[in-house]
Design a binder for this molecule. Structure first.
Ligand code: DP6
Length: 402
């Protein structure tokens, strides 16, 4: 008996030009285009196994070891339905000899290799891995942009995780959503020197979710209208040019300005939304001062912060600066042992000791207690979804989680 099963992994992406606002909440069509960097799956990824079987009584889903309900009409069920539709249209209708997998129920098991508690958005990598594993299972002859149309309906930012490198989500204009898809601006190999340092900031309170927060912004913020019409279209051009020219100074200026404006439209929402906290703002202070020194020395901007809908900082920087940035961050945010995983061997397995670069004004921030930044993850620009072998499958012989 043939087993119809496939496993895929997909990366996290962090936007430089932020998606914030929907013009259609059901189809997930955004009010502006956005652009992100795909992060390396060697460090952060979602892995998903999908299996189709005539004996399965319903579609079932397990996330990080726990079964989750697939709500009728919800985002997960929409993605599964759309993938089955593609299987039927692209494979079964064209070749009647192909097994009718679109009529079988599926079992889906997904796992993130980073703790949800780290406060990193897992919906982007999660939906991208789901769509990729189903595309492999169904042997779909479609492009990554085609798949992005479906991942988008799981979570907007997920459409950008269908590609590696530097990725734009073009907002499109068609009310059906056919032109609201992800495209690759540049491969990871075009600018592999772009590294990222994720500062995991402690956060006890439950914040406003992206989904509900952005809708409130659309309904109440006047500043958002200016952002959509005037600011984002220009910035999409500027950042694409910066990427093509590997101009880090320009890349950094646009990235930080856009993070700032995203948090400004959150503040401009009624009632206001705050995602950054004192620790987040202190990290901004460090990067601003670090860049001031860089400009004074004639080297331009050397790091760029960006923040999503939470207090964690992601610092993009050319790889040669990352060691210095880690030492700087650690000077203000002392780390518990083991809270920095030295993925690139910068410290040769030794202890990270805080160090302030020459010319840096130490008074730009106060020193925080241990644990204010509870972890540092060093990663870099990475590739798109990967097809994995059966050895990495998350389902056992019966089609249940291993
Ligand atoms: C701040 O993609 O999580 O990270 O489409 O409602 O699922 P939904 O929202 P989501 O929003 C991400 C917002 C952001 C910016 C970005 O990734 O572009």
């Amino acid at each position: 008996m043939t087993v119809y099963q496939a496993t895929a992994s997909a990366p996290v992406n962090i936007a430089c030009i932020k998606y914030w606002g929907k013009r259609d909440t059901k189809l997930i069509l955004p009010t502006n285009s956005s652009l992100s960097v795909t992060l390396d799956q060697d460090h952060l990824r979602s892995t998903t196994t999908s299996r189709a079987d005539a004996s399965f009584s319903k579609d079932r889903l397990w996330l990080n070891g726990k079964e989750e309900e697939i709500k009728e009409g919800g985002r997960m069920s929409t993605c599964i339905r759309e993938m089955k539709r593609l299987r039927k249209e692209e494979v079964e209708d064209k070749n009647p000899n192909e097994p009718k997998l679109s009529t079988f129920n599926v079992h889906i098991c997904s796992h993130n290799n980073f703790p949800t508690a780290a406060g990193l958005a897992s919906s982007a990598s999660g939906f991208a891995a789901l769509v990729s594993s189903l595309a492999n299972l169904y042997a779909l002859p479609v492009s990554a942009s085609d798949l992005s149309l479906i991942a988008r309906q799981g979570s907007g930012s997920a459409c950008r995780s269908l590609f590696g490198g530097f990725v734009a989500w073009q907002m499109g204009s068609n009310p059906t959503g056919v032109d609201s898809l992800a495209v690759q601006v540049a491969e990871q190999s075009h600018w592999p020197d772009i590294h990222a340092l994720i500062c995991v900031v402690s956060d006890d309170k439950k914040g406003t979710s992206s989904t509900s927060g952005m809708q409130r912004t659309v309904e109440t913020s006047a500043l958002l209208q200016h952002r959509i019409k005037e600011v984002v279209p220009r910035r999409m051009e500027e950042i694409s040019k910066a990427i093509m020219e590997r101009d880090f100074d320009a890349f950094a200026r646009v990235t930080m300005a856009d993070s700032n404006q995203f948090h400004a439209v959150a503040l401009d929402t009624e009632p206001p939304i705050f995602y950054m906290n004192d620790v987040s703002r202190a990290i901004i202070g460090l990067i601003v001062e670090y860049n001031r020194v860089g400009v004074e020395e004639g080297r331009g901007y050397r790091a760029a912060y960006t923040y999503d809908a939470g207090p964690n900082a992601v610092i993009y920087a050319p790889k040669e600066n990352v060691k210095e940035i880690v030492e700087l961050v650690v000077s203000y945010f002392p780390q518990r042992e083991g809270s920095f995983k030295d993925n690139f061997g910068l410290f040769g397995g030794g202890q990270v000791v805080g160090r302030i670069p020459a010319g840096f004004n130490e008074n730009v921030a106060k020193r925080f207690e241990v644990g204010a930044v509870k972890g540092l993850i060093h990663t870099r620009v990475g590739d798109g979804p990967r097809k994995l072998g059966d050895g990495e499958a998350l389902l056992n012989g019966e089609g249940l989680p291993k």
